[in-house]
Design a protein around this ligand. Sequence first.
Ligand code: GTP
Ligand code: MG
Length: 252
Amino acid sequence: MTVTPPLLSLVIPTYNESRGLEQLVERVFAVLRRAGVDAELVIVDDNSPDGTGAVAEELAGRFPMKVVHRSGKLGLSSAVIDGWSVASGKILGVMDADLSHDPEILPDMVASITLGRAEVAVGSRYVPGGGLGNWPWIRRLTSMVAVLMGRAICPANDVTSGYLMFRRSVIEGVELDPIGFKIGLEVLVKGRYRTFTEVPFTFMDRAAGKSKFGGHEIRNYLVQLWRLVRYWLRTRPKRERVPFRRAEAPVG
Ligand SMILES: Nc1nc2c(ncn2[C@@H]2O[C@H](COP(=O)(O)OP(=O)(O)OP(=O)(O)O)[C@@H](O)[C@H]2O)c(=O)[nH]1
Ligand SMILES: [Mg+2]
């Protein structure tokens, strides 16, 4: 029996996300089915103490999903890379599990790629129509500084977005460094593509819990950035921004 690969494989890394995972999965599939997009989700769970892995397994009985269980908290970027390595879709993507990334823009991201407008679609907080919701000023400031630094080597407005998708060929044969938690920037700088577009969305803070952002993440980001700057100086990849247009018809 041959199995046709799905159009989209969306990787969702999880660590202690048992409370909101079912809602997220149901919403993602509702949005994608409405748009006619054939998709699989790949949950990569790091043995979450709250039992997220078991919740994911239960959901995998109802939806087209793969669940990767890792032995412990090995980091966000490496989780996403592991997820992409088992994904079978023609388009690969990543999204957070805490509903901070609005699933409603998924069809527009997919359409940007399937209609041949761009090879990479970035969910963007820093383009007209996008935003930061109810972020406190200190988080806005640190995000802005991180984004401005990243723009030196990448022409996207939201270089630190963790919400993006791209043709599989973009990362084929590319060595992605799992340092830090900005896997999107890694793809945007090292990926094999020329055209990208940014799809606006408003980032919603997780309903419960507080941000884990701190000194460790800042240090890792700076190391990641330094390595990417050196890579960029060697390769100087050509990138072209394509204006975003909303999809008018089913996109699958
Ligand atoms: N598998 C795995 N997933 C992780 C790890 N760290 C974070 N995640 C997941 O990666 C996504 C983003 O992490 P968040 O904790 O939401 O990061 P954030 O948005 O910067 O911080 P918050 O303000 O806490 O939301 C979520 O789906 C997390 O569950 C990890 O070490 N392993
Ligand atoms: Mg979050």
